[in-house]
Design a protein around this ligand. Structure first.
Ligand code: NAD
Ligand code: IPM
Ligand code: MN
Length: 347
């Protein structure tokens, strides 16, 4: 039976990069049956909705979802456009957001004197709570007294399960180290709970070393000495911010893949590039599709087709090492499709 995949290209460069990911998955021998999900801000402009009200119901029986990107402020306010994305993460309890950042051979690193694989980190971002909740409100709207409250909550269960996932991942890696991103000098409730929980969980993993790091210092160290990081575990917002930084030090937004995972497999997991819809280059056919392609490989691996996942990852690495075909974000003149074609030729 083929894997049932919901292909959800979205807005902007989403459809451009997802087309390449699909092409590579098919050429790579993945047994996938794709269903096109045509929800985006164009639908919003026509109907006032970015997705049907029952979108979770419609998606829940797929094996996985491949998302491009959501958002086009010309058609819809951003916080409405991205609602289905956040809704899937929460509604399908995709509590782990896995965001690897590896500096591959052949890629220009903006940092000085970095060799391939000097940067090889796995960011594990909490994906269902923390700073990202839809709890709160606006009060005294439009008056000088107007107030906005955005509730930020951390549960013991949510904190514990993401930290445990990070330790499990660290255990599988060579360096077996977890950096816990915190801000407990200022956020004295949420982050002190986080610190308490990690101390408890760490006792179950005597083979894994860990250390805490304040988020501001972590931002500095991603630039100053990214080689010190192995597994990095962080809250929802900290993980969002740090992984754009991680993307840029491994070559750019076009390189960063991600997986939104429900480890229980009760609901589908979702795979997507970290980048957005890139309105500045959308429609030009020049987006770098690697992040989407690598997200496809992460999807195959998660679904159990490790062999084809590895084939695709190997073809991407061979492309990066040897090919002169580069999209403009890498200083070249190649088009999105040329990259997909080059990778397919190497499969
Ligand atoms: P962005 O990631 O879309 O773009 C940031 C910069 O990176 C731009 O200069 C863009 O051209 C470049 N870039 C991004 N992806 C690229 C690629 N594949 N190849 C080459 N260059 C690439 O972030 P933004 O501009 O802050 O957001 C644009 C829109 O996307 C907003 O509506 C935002 O809400 C949305 N967004 C959606 C997602 C998502 O759906 N997962 C993620 C982030 C942002
Ligand atoms: C990401 C994106 C989303 C996030 C947005 C689009 C809501 O930036 O996946 O990194 O903040 O999680
Ligand atoms: Mn982001």
């Amino acid at each position: 039976m083929p894997y049932k995949i919901a292909l959800y290209p979205g807005d902007g460069i989403g459809p451009e990069v997802i087309a390449e990911a699909k092409k590579v998955l098919e050429a790579g021998g993945a047994d996938c049956a794709f269903t096109l999900i045509d929800w985006n801000t164009t639908l919003y402009a026509k109907t006032g909705k970015c997705a049907p009200d029952d979108y979770l119901e419609r998606l829940k029986d797929f094996d996985a979802i491949m998302l491009g990107a959501l958002g086009n402020s010309a058609n819809a306010p951003d916080h409405i456009a991205v609602q289905p994305l956040l809704g899937m993460r929460r509604g399908f309890d995709q509590y782990v957001n896995v965001r690897p950042a590896v500096l591959y051979e052949g890629v220009d690193c903006p940092l000085k004197n970095k060799k391939p694989f000097d940067i090889d980190m796995l960011v594990i971002r909490e994906n269902t709570e923390g700073e990202y909740t839809s709890l709160g409100g606006r009060h005294y709207a439009g008056t000088p007294h107007e107030a906005a409250i955005q509730v930020n909550y951390f549960t013991r269960m949510g904190t514990e399960r993401i930290i445990r996932y990070a330790f499990e991942e660290a255990r599988k890696r060579k360096r077996k180290h977890v950096t816990s991103i915190t801000k407990s000098n200022a956020l004295i409730y949420s982050m002190v709970l986080w610190d308490d929980v990690i101390k408890e969980v760490a006792q179950e993993y005597p083979d894994v070393k860990w250390s805490p790091m304040l988020v501001d210092a972590a931002a500095m160290n991603f630039v100053r000495q990214p080689e010190i990081f192995d597994v990095v575990v962080c809250s929802n917002l900290f993980g969002d911010i740090l992984t754009d930084l991680a993307a840029v030090i491994i070559g750019g937004m076009g390189f960063a893949a991600s997986a939104n995972i429900n480890p229980t497999k009760k609901y589908p997991s979702m795979f997507e590039p970290i980048h957005g819809s890139a309105p500045d280059i959308a429609g030009k056919g020049i987006a770098n599709p690697l992040a989407a392609i690598m997200s496809g490989a992460m999807m195959l691996e998660f679904l159990g087709d490790e062999k084809n996942a590895r084939r695709i990852t190997n073809a991407v690495q061979s492309y990066l090492k040897e090919s002169s075909i580069k999209t403009p974000d890498r200083g070249g003149t190649a088009r999105t499709q040329d990259v997909g074609n080059d990778i397919i030729a190497r499969l």
